[in-house]
Write a protein that binds this ligand. Structure first.
Ligand SMILES: Cc1ncc(COP(=O)(O)O)c(C=O)c1O
Length: 415
């Protein structure tokens, strides 16, 4: 009997697991760890959504198998959201599907559309399912590396990387993954960016798989756009949205895909074989979240903005200046001055030991994430200030002698 299963062999050991195991040991020893490591929202789901769930669950009719594509009312609520937020017309029957969180949707769409060896273009660093969904499905990943020529804009560098990747990929890439605002870098884009990518991908016959899980977690006056706002985008693009961050519902597992009919149908087909849909009361409550009062979303934004300001200002004062994110619940921080040489994994471990503060090492999001750590805005301002005192003390002590960690591999399930 083999225990060397082909798909499992393609999944590298989870980089974050090393920091997590360390964190666990310290907690067991009684340490209070301030944990910025995972993008797992800590706020309770707004009460009107919870009450709708309780009301729905009392009706025994909701206890049966649900619909794998999602109940019609929830698909209509998604279409209404696209209309009011982006001015995009979505047919709830043929262009929308409910998923068990957007992560499940991405993974199953990858299963649905990938033939062995198909090339998929994925930003690096990235949220792990963006690459591993396709690796699990037997595809090959070609990275679109972050960075590039510092004298060029993000859009120019991205388009140059995209053009290079398409010119040098055999077979021609099947799809490109977009994720803006991005996890982990918090990179945002505008409609002109999407316009250029859509024109390029339509010309080359490449699907666009866009993930806008953070579309509602923004702090400026310009709400992030949707790729589906570009005329003709639906010919090639499908877009994933999620209730996890917008309504603090990460454990409820509700997300969506909307857009290109063939891609939505392919996902629906796979899902009809593997699940019966989310528990109906959850879908009923999700419908209430999307159709109901939206001031709870303003509160979520205000909460992350306040935490962002406390964290970024405090880090700057501690001698660690970091870019202030315009969106998402993450600060993507270059390693502080004097600590660059040790690499993100060793830095994260030392910070944990010395300051009792956990962060996610950038290398866990891909090789181009090296040199950075990600801090999730999931601790309240009181605990964030406590963490800042520890970080300041740690930085003042300077880098300890350390051997740079052996090359680590991206992977796993960082939120
Ligand atoms: C970019 C991105 N997409 C998708 C997800 C997963 O969201 P969901 O809870 O809808 O599966 C996350 C979670 O952290 C994320 O950061």
């Amino acid at each position: 009997m083999t225990e060397q299963f082909h798909r499992i062999k393609r999944l590298p050991p989870y980089v974050f697991a090393e920091v997590n195991a360390h964190k666990q040991r310290m907690r067991q020893a009684g340490d209070d760890i301030i944990d910025f490591g995972m993008g797992n929202p800590d706020s309770p789901t707004p009460p009107h959504i919870v009450e709708k769930l309780v009301e729905a669950v009392r009706d025994p009719k909701t206890h049966r198998y649900s619909q794998s594509r999602g109940i019609p009312g929830l698909r209509r609520a998604l279409a209404a959201y696209y209309e009011r937020r982006f001015g995009v017309d979505i047919d709830p029957e043929s262009e929308a599907i409910v998923t068990l969180g957007s992560k499940e949707g991405l993974a199953n769409l990858a299963q649905a559309i990938t033939s062995p060896g198909d090339v998929v273009l994925v930003p690096n660093p990235c949220y792990p399912i963006h690459s591993f969904g396709f690796i699990i499905a037997g595809g090959a990943i070609r990275s679109l590396p972050a960075g590039g020529d510092p004298s060029m804009s993000f859009r120019e560098n991205f388009m140059a990387a995209l053009e290079r990747a398409v010119a040098h990929s055999i077979p021609k890439p099947l799809a490109v993954v977009l994720n803006f605002p991005q996890n982990p870098t918090a990179q945002c884009v505008d409609l002109d960016f999407y316009g250029e990518v859509v024109a390029f991908c339509r010309h080359h016959g490449i699907y666009i798989l866009s993930d806008i899980a953070y579309a509602e977690i923004y702090f400026g006056d310009m709400p992030p756009p949707s790729v589906l706002q570009i005329p003709g985008a639906k010919e090639i693009a499908v877009e994933f949205t999620s209730l996890s961050k917008t309504y603090s519902m990460p454990g409820w597992r509700i997300g969506f895909a909307a857009g290109n009919k063939a891609l939505v149908a392919a996902l629906a087909r796979i899902k009809s074989y593997v699940d019966y849909g989310a528990f109906t009361p959850i879908q009923v409550a999700a419908t209430a979240a999307m159709n109901g009062p939206q001031d709870c979303v303003d509160q979520v934004r205000a909460l992350y903005k306040e935490r962002r300001d406390v964290l970024c200002q405090g880090l700057a004062k501690a001698g660690w200046p970091v870019p202030v994110p315009e969106a998402t619940m993450f600060v993507w921080a270059p390693l502080p001055p004097g600590f660059e040489a040790m690499g993100s994994l060793a830095f994260s471990k030392q910070l944990l030991d010395a300051a009792k503060v956990a962060v996610a090492p950038g290398i866990g999001f891909g090789e181009y994430g090296e040199g950075y750590v990600r801090l999730g805005l999931v601790e309240n301002t009181h605990r964030t200030r406590q963490a800042l005192r520890g970080i300041k003390g740690f930085l003042a002590g300077g880098a300890r002698d350390t051997e740079r960690d052996a090359p680590a591999r991206a992977g796993g399930t960082a939120g």
